[in-house]
Design a protein around this ligand. Structure first.
Ligand code: HEC
Length: 176
């Protein structure tokens, strides 16, 4: 009886000490916070000649990327708002095709900016007086409805339309 008691006490003590120990360890466990590695920002002195070239390059790349992004956005605006009437190339659906329109604009305008400005003005408030197209177009298709899109989107889609010009596409196409 006495022996059982003592071994019982012993195991109780053992359990208690394990518990205490592990508890202790949890409390006093090393709190090692990872220290952020100090980044060594080395400012390498750029060679002036190289710097100018790379600056020009990166400006050119940025410009190209911006132009590509605007074109993609323009195409997306076309797909969403114009494609239902304007096909890309003949045959026409219910409006002149984009390729034919681009050809008409290129024939009348030497600069993209002027063409874009007039396209935007037309799309906001279509009128025969603002049109670059002949009366045959209106007889065939009627007048285009006004586009209620933000100016920025109208400019992008107009710029995209101008860029769809295909030099191999000759004549008025379905723009008459
Ligand atoms: C509901 C049909 C319809 C939709 C949608 C439409 N158009 Fe048109 N669009 C026409 C028709 C019809 C014409 C030809 C008659 C005219 O010029 O108004 C035309 C003509 C044009 C012209 C020539 C303008 C001129 O000088 O006569 C441009 C540029 C044009 N559309 C661009 C667009 C763009 C860009 C979109 C989308 C943002 C668009 N259209 C959406 C029907 C549509």
């Amino acid at each position: 009886m006495k022996r059982f008691f003592s071994s019982h006490t012993l195991s109780a003590l053992l359990i208690a000490s394990i518990a205490t120990f592990s508890g202790c360890e949890q409390q006093t466990g090393p709190v090692s916070e990872k220290q952020p590695e100090t980044s060594v920002e080395s400012e390498t002195p750029a060679e002036t000649s190289n710097e100018t070239v790379s600056e020009e390059n990166s400006a050119a790349i940025a410009k190209k990327e911006a132009a590509e992004a605007a074109l993609k956005e323009g195409e997306a605006i076309y797909q969403k708002n114009c494609q239902s009437c304007h096909t890309m190339s003949p045959p026409a659906k219910s409006a002149p095709s984009i390729i034919a329109l681009a050809g008409q604009y290129r024939a009348r305008y030497s600069k993209k900016a002027g063409a874009v400005a007039d396209m935007v003005a037309f799309m906001k408030e279509p009128a025969v007086g603002k049109s670059i197209l002949g009366s045959k177009t209106f007889e065939r298709f009627g007048l285009m409805p006004a586009m209620s899109l933000p100016d920025e989107e109208l400019e992008k889609v107009a710029g995209w339309l101008w860029d769809q010009y295909d030099p191999n596409f000759e004549g008025a196409g379905d723009c008459e």
